[in-house]
Design a protein around this ligand. Structure first.
Ligand SMILES: [Fe+2]
Ligand SMILES: [Fe+2]
Length: 132
């Protein structure tokens, strides 16, 4: 798990989406800081990851609405990626009650977030830019 740093190049040029992405990075970093501080409370981490999941679902709904408004052609595939992330995170969080593997979940979340923003979200940003 790593600390996520926002970079200007992550901007999709849509203010609300950028704010939501920053919020997701912030939540992830709060979890990272607790891990680094040596906190060992799987129930607490489960709650934090589920809060991150709730916030990401809220973000996905907004982002999907934006892509739909813009006529983004690969919307269905993008929605599927959002669903897969949410399903996987929920599955991982069920397991957290049995065994502490907070770092693995954290790694999955941070890797997915950064890669999704810079690879997948950037695709609709470019589509909107090309269209205008
Ligand atoms: Fe997305
Ligand atoms: Fe996004």
């Amino acid at each position: 798990m790593t600390l996520l740093k926002w970079k200007d190049e992550y901007s999709v040029k849509e203010e609300t989406v950028d704010e939501q992405h920053k919020g997701l990075f912030k939540l992830s970093n709060e979890i990272y800081n607790l891990v680094e501080a040596g906190v060992d409370d799987s129930e607490h981490f489960r709650e934090l990851f589920m809060a991150l999941n709730d916030y990401s679902v809220e973000h996905f709904i907004y982002e999907e609405m934006y892509m739909r408004e813009q006529g983004y052609p690969d919307l269905d595939e993008h929605i599927q990626q959002h669903l897969d992330f949410s399903d996987k995170l929920k599955d991982l969080c069920v397991g957290i009650e049995k065994e502490t593997h907070v770092k693995d979940i954290g790694k999955f979340v941070t890797t997915w977030l950064v890669e999704h923003v810079i690879n997948e979200d950037m695709k609709y940003k470019e589509f909107v830019e090309d269209k205008n």
